[in-house]
Design a protein around this ligand. Structure first.
Ligand code: HEC
Length: 160
């Protein structure tokens, strides 16, 4: 009897933690991304169609799984891509990095993010790990990534 109760309580604890984990669809902050692989960079100037809100200099990073996806064109669960957007200043005929505006994150989890191509989309303001920028479950982000469906919704390509 005692054993049965213990088994039941362990099972319900497991079920509860599995369920509550599945219910959490918040895209995690990508800790340590500055040490991941740098894929490419771009400067977007005023006047460009993406200038609001993406004017600035951005660098794109991928974790190990995302770098495999860069080769195969299909990204496995756990792949994470980061769009790191900084302001810039123009000095002495140079363009220099300034403070961070935001980061954009794409986090692959094909069971959690079924409405947005299997990718969780989220933005984090400036240097904050908690101030989130999307309120539509990433639908707005995804709509602009949809044209890249044949490449698993990813635009950037690793430059050798
Ligand atoms: C209006 C179009 C547009 C919208 C909206 C948009 N993106 Fe993107 N995104 C792009 C383009 C274009 C690139 C490629 C930039 C480059 O090549 O340097 C890109 C690149 C990225 C990347 C790097 C991986 C890749 O696909 O190249 C991430 C991560 C990203 N975006 C996240 C987001 C998030 C999060 C949002 C919403 C908060 C968002 N994007 C909204 C157009 C968009």
């Amino acid at each position: 009897m005692k054993l049965t109760l213990t088994v039941i309580s362990i099972c319900s604890a497991l079920t509860f933690s599995t369920l509550s984990n599945a219910g959490n669809t918040q895209v995690p902050y990508p800790d340590g991304y500055r040490n991941w692989t740098h894929i490419k960079s771009m400067v977007i100037e005023p006047g460009h169609a993406l200038a609001t809100p993406f004017q600035g200099i951005h660098h794109i990073y991928g974790n190990k799984k995302a770098m495999q996806g860069q080769i195969t064109g299909k990204y496995q669960d756990g792949s994470v891509l980061v769009f790191d957007l900084l302001n810039y200043t123009k000095n002495d005929d140079t363009i220099q990095e300034a403070d961070r505006k935001l980061i954009g994150v794409m986090h692959k989890d094909s069971t959690k993010y079924t409405n947005t191509g299997g990718w969780g989309f989220e933005g984090f303001s400036a240097n904050s790990k908690t101030e989130r920028l999307t309120s539509d479950g990433g639908a707005g982000c995804f709509s602009c990534h949809m044209p890249k469906e044949e490449n698993d919704y990813v635009y950037s390509k690793f430059r050798k």
